[in-house]
Design a protein around this ligand. Structure first.
Ligand code: URA
Length: 257
């Protein structure tokens, strides 16, 4: 079978999408010699040469998130945060879309390639299905607020690692506190396990509301766990379960203060 070769630009794009973030040079690099250098510097410092000033520790995500008093500050803090490796391979921080004063807040897992390119959550194939899910309960994306647990695209669209979710958790916790919605819709197991700290599978958890609480919320928020639209694209039969979950969300929105 004849396949046409990739152009260098296409090959480069492919490597970046797969998470390659470092090129191998023409000349070999002796990494043992490189790692010996800091030790040599420290040794010289003990001999009376003043040690180089220590770099200050980068601010933690918890510290930055807590300091944000509004969504604009939170966005700036997330864009400035350098503690998560995902930031090195993604194109940009995907903060949110929709209306921050909406009563429904939707939280997915992490941006994919389309979201990373456009800087908005749920704009690819899953997003198209999410739009139809919202339409089924009389809403569009301007009447909801949409974000993700992890705001940076994992390379090659892999699942975020637990350590990456952990680093992002203070940001999404603060995000929910600042939006303070009437109802939360949590899409997919990763979002549910991160925010509700429940280990049961999404299949067991979906179908009813679970209270979501955090220290700076005045009251718990009813959260509906449901299947992720990407799962529904692969498993259309599960759409009927999500339909039931969405009807409960509609009822809750209509009755919640
Ligand atoms: N999947 C998600 O969980 N979030 C997005 O923004 C896109 C796809």
């Amino acid at each position: 079978m004849h396949t046409s070769p990739l152009s260098p630009a296409d090959a480069l794009r492919w490597y970046i999408a797969a998470g390659v973030d470092e090129a191998i040079g023409e000349q070999p690099v002796d990494r043992y010699a490189l790692s010996a250098k800091p030790a040599a510097k420290a040794h010289a410092a003990q001999g009376g040469v003043p040690a180089a000033p220590q770099q200050p520790e980068p601010a933690s995500s918890a510290h930055l998130a807590m300091a944000a008093t509004n969504l604009a500050e939170l966005k700036t803090a997330m864009e400035a945060y350098e503690g998560c490796n995902l930031k090195r391979t993604c194109q940009q921080t995907v903060f949110a879309d929709g209306d921050p004063s909406a009563r429904l807040m939707i939280v997915g897992e992490a941006p994919g390639a389309d979201e990373d390119r456009l800087g908005l959550p749920f704009v690819g194939a899953s997003g198209k299905l999410l739009d139809r899910m919202l339409a089924s309960i009389g809403l569009d994306r301007t009447q909801a607020y949409i974000t993700n647990v992890v705001p940076w695209r994992p390379p090659g669209n892999r699942k975020p690692e637990p350590a990456e979710v952990e680093l992002c958790l203070p940001f999404i916790t603060r995000h929910i506190e600042l939006v303070d919605p009437a109802v939360l819709l949590l899409l997919g197991g990763a979002s549910v396990s991160a925010l509700l700290a429940r280990t049961d599978s999404i299949t067991r958890l979906r179908g009813g509301f679970i209270d979501y609480s955090s220290p700076r919320l005045s009251r718990p928020i009813p959260a509906m766990p449901t299947f992720h639209p990407a799962y529904l694209l692969r498993t259309p039969l599960a759409k009927r379960d999500v339909w039931r979950d969405l009807l409960l969300v509609r009822q809750k929105l209509d009755s919640a203060p």
